[in-house]
Design a protein around this ligand. Structure first.
Ligand SMILES: Cc1cc2nc3c(=O)[nH]c(=O)nc-3n(C[C@H](O)[C@H](O)[C@H](O)COP(=O)(O)OP(=O)(O)OC[C@H]3O[C@@H](n4cnc5c(N)ncnc54)[C@H](O)[C@@H]3O)c2cc1C
Length: 574
């Protein structure tokens, strides 16, 4: 060890997203002393800015909601999505611990979930669930955190209204039309009233939702259980003693310090989405510049673990979890990367076309699958381009990218060039550099499909997931409405990661492995630092946070209890 020794704990965790916070909480709940180090100034990482949904097959919550499921069905579904890249032991470990891990977290921490009905993303595949396997964190009152509330990373500005009020997707129509009913007016008044009071004391609203609620809840538990939490502290390198991970060097404002771990060092630093050199090395066939993940996720854990002989797990369906994104500039010229599909996701009346004006994908498929189609079709710069094109009816109803629905103004987006608009399809095509006749023909063909209610080219609207995102105003197909109300609009979309799937190779207790398959004792990786159990497939909502929680649980139960059998002794010990 080289820095000045700071302290010694049973467990030392790096990263404060879902994986790190859950690992710290599970360890502390078993009486272990825990320190959590976070590189950024605030806590929560990508998780805090996410939907917070966890994909948990065969959960008690689903059973209570009368949404039947089974591990066998979920296993068949994952097999169909992952194919030859599947790691059966990891999948079995995951499926056998999902319900148990969530039950444990709900019992021993403030984390509470509700079942939400969202079909699996590939809802026509074998074993898919038409009602889904998603759990959503319950809203959380941030004032319970006291002064620590301001330590929670807020969501992206564009996901809040009035500069700091979190609203759920289902609340947006009510906010846009508060006079539509007495209940809507009352709810909006109550939301705004609480927000006004919050702003007298806090920098934003304290009613936390989604990923912010998940982090707020775990933070409260960790504070109460005495976890030592340090922001502005970054993992630099790991130390081994007789082949066992025994601590780490940490960079803080005051210099380098050493921290020792008696039982476990946990890597939960969120993968490498913001490291250009690791992207080039570990995702060479998916060239991209943008990520919506936390900016500090630069692969520090992967590098530190490789330095002590760990192996990176690269046999993936895809190296990352993707979303199409549009890119605007803030007043200082910095990129604002915004995921396509916030309100406009899969809605009827928009098409995605390439640089030739041709559709190449079912636009109502999941964000991940739309990007895989962009790569497969070559609709990614520098060789190609992709645009979402819609008409005035669509943009007024759902917005488009950063452009919010009516009555929000959109002039500044047109002025900046982010949104292209024109009275005619051919005029819009010329602005995009597309052959006008080709775009007119494609929109004409789409409009015929909309009238017939069938999309023979890409089968839009044929799966439960497609229809889930549709709109009943699209008849006879809720995913198809003609583009025929000028002016016409378009934004360019590019591939961006929500997180990386390639990560450290681990066993089913999330213990980091060497290339020969042996374990580096005392070293665990979870969240996106762990080579994904989903192998870069995206079967349903919550497939990164679900495994982050479950493998954090398995890792820290293992650290406390030693070798235990999958889902049996762990069950009994819970
Ligand atoms: C808009 C959006 C919505 C999403 N919605 C969902 C969803 O609903 N469900 C789902 O499953 N997935 C969702 N995702 C993806 C999901 O958010 C991430 O995959 C997941 O949160 C990653 O969790 P994590 O704990 O591995 O990493 P993170 O939550 O990113 O946390 C990693 C933390 O480690 C810190 N760190 C980095 N380097 C160091 C270091 N050297 N030392 C110490 N700390 C370090 C980072 O600063 C960061 O705070 C979404 C993503 C986005 C962008």
């Amino acid at each position: 060890m080289t820095g000045s020794t700071m302290s010694e704990y049973d467990v030392v965790v790096f990263g404060s997203g879902a994986a790190g916070m859950a690992a710290a909480a599970v360890a502390a709940s078993q009486g272990l002393s825990v320190a959590l180090f976070e590189k950024a100034g605030r806590l929560g990482g990508t998780t805090a800015t996410s939907g917070g949904v966890a994909w948990i097959p065969d959960s008690k919550h689903a059973r209570n909601a009368k949404a039947p499921d089974s591990r066998d069905q979920a296993r068949a579904f994952l097999q169909s999505q992952i194919g030859a890249n599947i790691r059966t032991k990891l999948v079995d470990a995951y499926l056998s611990s999902c319900d148990e891990a969530i039950g444990y977290l709900e019992k021993h921490t403030e984390l509470k979930f509700d079942y939400v009905r969202v079909p699996d993303y590939v809802s026509d595949a074998s074993g898919a669930s038409p009602t889904g396997r998603s759990l959503s964190p319950r809203p959380f009152d941030g004032t319970l955190l006291g002064d620590q509330f301001e330590k929670v990373l807020p969501p992206r500005r564009a996901f809040m209204v009035l500069g700091g009020l979190m609203v759920g997707r289902k609340e947006i129509p009510m906010l846009l039309r508060p006079w539509s009913s007495f209940a809507a007016a009352r709810n909006v008044a109550s939301l705004l009233g609480r927000y006004a009071v919050d702003r007298m004391r806090y920098s934003r609203g304290t009613r936390l939702l989604m990923g912010n609620a998940l982090i707020g809840r775990l933070l409260l538990s960790n504070i109460r259980m005495g976890v030592a939490i340090h922001t502005g502290h970054a993992l630099k390198q790991l130390y081994l003693e007789n082949g066992r991970a025994c601590g780490a060097q940490v960079a803080a404002a005051g210099g380098l310090i050493d921290v020792r771990a008696r039982k476990a060092v946990v890597m939960a630093t969120g993968g490498f989405p913001h490291s250009a050199d690791l992207r080039e090395r570990l995702a060479p066939h998916h060239s991209h510049r943008h990520s919506l993940a936390s900016p500090g996720n630069e692969g520090d854990a992967i590098r530190a673990c490789e330095d002590i002989g760990a192996e990176v797990d690269k046999d993936m369906v895809s190296p990352g979890f993707w979303t199409p994104a549009s890119v605007a500039s803030d007043p200082r010229g910095a990129d604002i990367v915004f995921p396509y599909g916030h309100l406009d996701r899969g809605k009827p009346g928009a098409i995605v076309v390439d640089q030739h004006g041709r559709r190449f994908v079912n636009e109502a498929d999941s964000y991940h699958h739309v990007v895989l189609a962009m790569f497969a079709h070559g609709a990614v710069a520098p060789h190609g381009r992709a645009y979402i094109v819609c008409d005035e009816r669509f943009i007024r109803r759902y917005g488009l990218g950063l452009v919010k629905p009516y009555p929000f103004p959109r002039r500044r987006y047109i002025k900046s060039g982010y949104l292209k608009s024109d009275r005619t399809i051919s005029g819009l095509a010329r602005q995009l550099g597309i052959d006008p006749a080709a775009l007119e023909a494609e929109i004409g063909r789409h409009n015929e499909y909309a009238a017939a209610g069938k999309d023979p080219d890409f089968h839009k609207g044929e799966t439960a997931f497609n229809r889930y995102n549709g709109d009943d105003r699209g008849q006879p197909n809720p995913c198809l409405i003609a583009l025929d109300k000028p002016p016409y609009h378009a934004i360019e979309i590019v591939p961006a990661t929500l997180g990386t799937a390639v990560g450290l190779r681990t066993d089913e207790y999330a213990r980091v492995l060497k290339p020969d398959g042996s374990v580096i004792e005392g070293l665990y990786a979870c969240g996106n630092d762990m080579g994904s159990v989903m192998r870069g497939s995206y079967p349903g909502p919550g497939i990164t946070i679900g495994p982050a929680l479950v493998f954090a649980y398995r890792a820290m139960r293992h650290a406390a209890l030693g070798d235990v059998q999958l889902g049996t002794q762990l069950d009994r010990a819970a």
